[in-house]
Design a protein around this ligand. Structure first.
Ligand SMILES: NC(=O)c1ccc[n+]([C@@H]2O[C@H](COP(=O)([O-])OP(=O)(O)OC[C@H]3O[C@@H](n4cnc5c(N)ncnc54)[C@H](OP(=O)(O)O)[C@@H]3O)[C@@H](O)[C@H]2O)c1
Length: 320
């Protein structure tokens, strides 16, 4: 029997702006904003018709929040669960080859208030509002005025407050965040975390959160595409072979196996697909129709690497 503890959601990181950390060549992609808007609308609707109900965006995903808003306001599907994030500002302004940081972090009260005023237009579909890439350095987990404002949003609008994390110390940031209390109650109910075959260093802390009833959302389950055969990563050739072998046994693509690995191993609430085409999304969704054996899971488990190796490689991905 196939277990479906984990749902697949769609993330809009690659859908709302012309350049993202893509590792493949996309020479044939029309980078005009108009084309991106059409593609986003098409993929959102395609995903919904295929059963996806969870959609994740952020203020800094170029037009990602705006596109999601337009689609939602147009369709008014009553059963969608939308999530967004605040804390980064998109700077590239749709300029192809933009020569600076595409997103700039600012975890201040004024940034929260500014970006919340846009995100709240996603209500009542908006169910989770997240700090985008919380870190110790930004001080956000100790910023009383920000935490108070998040509690106010939670109480006033009846939504969950969450955070996303990235980097070699995800585990430590999640642990610290799970203890943050405001007004006598734990503030964070939802945790968006990178977890995949190469980096599962957060496994234990996430299992504990799940046991406590917290929401766990997995991002970058395909390691931004690095889990799919790519000649720039010869060090993963034996992993590619293993994924291909299991994929061929199940009659699906290696992407579905990598996603299913996360689903079966962690049993989180949600894993986000970062697909940017119908073909990719269709292939990703095949993860829902299979289940991996213990033996298959064990054969993939051995490929994890240390976060101190994983994250510098992730940092080197260029925006294109
Ligand atoms: N800090 C944060 O809060 C944060 C950070 C990252 C992501 N996220 C969230 O997580 C979502 C997913 O993350 P992600 O897109 O970065 O990572 P991902 O799911 O690990 O990787 C997605 C990439 O994998 C490739 N891919 C997927 N399916 C494929 C297929 N069938 N065949 C070939 N290639 C395939 C695509 O690369 P190409 O398009 O290059 O071919 C795609 O862009 C985002 O949309 C966002 O909502 C949040």
């Amino acid at each position: 029997m196939k277990s479906h503890v984990t749902r697949i959601g769609l993330g809009l990181a690659a859908l709302g702006r012309p350049e993202y950390i893509n590792i493949r060549e996309h020479a044939d992609v029309d980078k005009a904003e108009k084309s991106y808007r059409l593609r986003a609308m098409d993929l959102l609707e395609f995903g919904y018709l295929r059963g996806i109900r969870d959609f994740d965006t952020a203020a800094s995903y170029g037009k990602g929040e705006q596109f999601l808003k337009e689609w939602y306001q147009d369709t008014r599907y009553p059963d969608v669960r939308l999530s967004s994030k605040w804390g980064y500002t998109y700077k590239a302004n749709w300029e192809i080859g933009y020569n600076g940081p595409h997103e700039v972090k600012e975890h201040s009260l004024s940034k929260l208030q500014e970006q919340w005023s846009g995100a709240k237009e996603l209500l009542p579909g908006l169910k989770i509002y997240q700090i985008h890439s919380a870190t110790f350095e930004s001080g956000v987990l100790e910023n009383k005025e920000v935490l108070d404002e998040l509690l106010r949003i939670k109480k006033t609008f009846g939504i969950q407050i969450g955070l996303s994390v990235s980097g070699a110390n995800q585990k430590e940031v999640i642990s610290a965040a799970s203890k943050v209390a405001v007004g006598g109650e734990e503030l964070f109910e939802s945790f968006q975390v990178t977890y995949n075959i190469l980096d599962e260093s957060t496994h234990e802390v996430l299992r504990k959160l799940l046991e406590k009833g917290k929401v766990v959302i997995i991002k970058e389950a395909l390691a931004n595409g690095r889990l799919l055969r790519n000649s720039n990563y010869p060090q993963y050739e034996s992993l590619y072979k293993q994924l291909d072998e299991i994929a061929s046994d199940h009659g699906v693509g290696p992407d579905a196996i990598a996603l299913r690995y996360v689903m079966d191993r962690l049993q989180a609430n949600l894993v986000l697909s970062g697909a940017s085409t119908r073909k990719q999304l269709d292939s990703n969704l095949k993860a829902l129709s299979i289940e991996l054996s213990e033996e298959e899971i064990t054969s993939l488990k051995g490929f994890h690497i240390q976060p101190e190796i994983y994250w510098p490689e992730r940092k080197q991905l260029s925006w294109n």
